[in-house]
Write a protein that binds this ligand. Structure first.
Ligand code: ADP
Ligand code: ASP
Ligand code: MG
Length: 419
């Protein structure tokens, strides 16, 4: 069985949806599992609408923009205005209005998941209808029916046993379809309330389906031809990896390579399921195969992670940092679910580079200020060069203000303030 995943950019226009149709026609398994994200940048637009709603600011124009965007795609795809899709789309917009009326500033995480999930709910409705109209027998399987999660809204964790059972049951029930299409990024808790898995989580959803179904492969279709040795947005001469080991790929995602969601690799590696990253423009090209290989990576990889915060802990009275203090710090970091991207300690201070998350940082200060002198800097960038060589260092070592730098035999990392 094959799993195909299409992100926002691969379904951002009516023509992109037509391109998806051509790609799914190349499948070699029936049913094919297809996972779709929200169309284009509509998750960002929904975040904007929710933010305005919570601040009691006017959001009607943004909401109209969101609706018009999807309506235009439908008008282009389904020229018959009597098509059921227009009725269903309007019903979904009404549900979105209703959900916005229930937004509760006192429950921001819950509100987020109820509103933001509409991006995937709408895209899956449009794409599955288009496939059916085009002659492919497609079953729309709501992710909320099969992906069971904890109730940790915005970063829900998967309940693997029940998810596995539900996915397997659904796939055997709908085995006579050509395609079973579901939504990425969303799930539901034990009471059926919609949850989300974290931004960019649709790659992970594809891996969840693959794991639960012991699939033969997962293919994520992207706006790049494969995994490159640097984001093509930061370099004009990226080199594409033909193959990558699970290990290398997983580290790249850990350090911030945005092309694959960090949680995607583990379930696939555990079952030895290959992951293909391929370009949807040139869909016949093989792209990058991520699998269980032992060979050394073909070249170095550069990863930039923005919006970083460098946080340092120090004693005021020249006490040395010791293991006991570190345990205390780690305990709080764990409780707040703060992940360290890089760290360094000296005799009297301990520094960590973390994602800038204002609420968590305020809480960290509140919990530890009685014990340490705390300093932090935001607006920073972390650069990692995996398997660096001299040429890579010359090209990518930051020239801007350097705040922290580290080298191991394989990897180079630095935190700097971009100018
Ligand atoms: P999707 O919405 O389909 O999940 P993303 O936008 O999340 O797609 O991921 C694709 C983007 O990842 C590309 O447009 C590219 O700019 C970025 N990217 C970052 N690092 C890399 C890399 N090492 N190789 C390829 N693309 C990368
Ligand atoms: N639509 C969600 C997001 O933009 C999930 C995804 O694209 O993977 O974060
Ligand atoms: Mg993505």
């Amino acid at each position: 069985m094959q799993i195909f995943k299409f992100g926002g950019a691969s379904i951002n226009t009516a023509n992109a949806v037509r391109n998806l149709f051509e790609i799914v026609c190349t499948r070699n398994s029936n049913p094919l599992i297809v996972i779709v994200s929200a169309m284009g940048k509509s998750t960002n637009v929904l975040e904007d609408i929710l933010d305005k709603k919570i601040r009691n600011a006017a959001f009607k124009t943004t909401l109209n923009f969101f609706k018009k965007y999807h309506l235009e795609i439908c008008k282009n795809l389904f020229n018959n205005s009597g098509n059921q899709i227009f009725y269903e789309l309007n019903q979904t917009f009404l549900k979105l209005h209703h959900t916005l009326n229930r937004v509760d500033a006192g429950k921001p995480e819950w509100s987020y998941d109820q509103v933001i999930s509409f991006g995937e709910k709408i895209s899956s409705l449009i794409v599955s209808t288009y496939l059916n109209v085009s002659g492919i027998k497609c079953k729309l399987l709501p992710a909320t029916d099969v992906i069971e999660t904890t109730s940790e809204f915005r970063e829900a964790r998967i309940i693997w046993d029940s998810t596995s059972e539900k996915i397997q049951d659904a796939v055997s029930a709908y085995g006579n379809y050509d395609i079973i299409l579901s939504q990425g990024f969303i799930g539901a808790d034990g009471s059926g309330i919609t949850t989300t898995l974290g931004r960019e989580g649709s790659d992970f959803t594809a891996a969840i389906f693959a794991y639960c179904l012991n699939a033969d492969s997962v293919t994520v279709w992207k706006d790049v031809p494969g995994v490159m040795n640097a984001d093509p947005r930061i370099t004009n001469d990226p080199v594409m990896f033909n193959t990558l080991s699970y290990h290398e790929a997983s580290e790249m995602t850990y350090y911030g390579a945005k092309v694959i969601h960090p949680k995607t690799i583990k379930p696939l590696a555990n079952k030895n399921i290959p992951l293909f990253v391929r370009g949807f423009d040139d869909y016949e090209k093989p792209g990058t195969r991520i699998h269980n290989c032992k060979s050394d990576p073909e070249t170095y990889a550069v990863i930039y992670k923005g919006d970083q915060c460098l946080f340092s802990f120090r004693f005021a009275d020249f006490h040395f940092v010791n293991e006991k203090n570190l345990v205390e710090i780690y305990y709080v970091l764990d409780a707040l679910n703060i992940r360290i991207n890089m760290m360094q300690n000296s005799a009297i201070s301990f520094s960590i580079c973390i994602d800038h998350h204002e609420k968590k940082i305020r809480k960290l200060i509140e919990l530890l200020q009685h014990k340490f002198v705390l300093h932090y800097n935001t607006g920073l960038r972390l650069v990692t060069i995996k398997n660096y060589d001299q040429q890579a260092l010359e090209k990518y070592r930051p020239e801007e203000e350097l705040l922290l730098e580290q080298k191991s035999r394989a990897d180079y990392q630095a935190v700097f303030k971009p100018s």
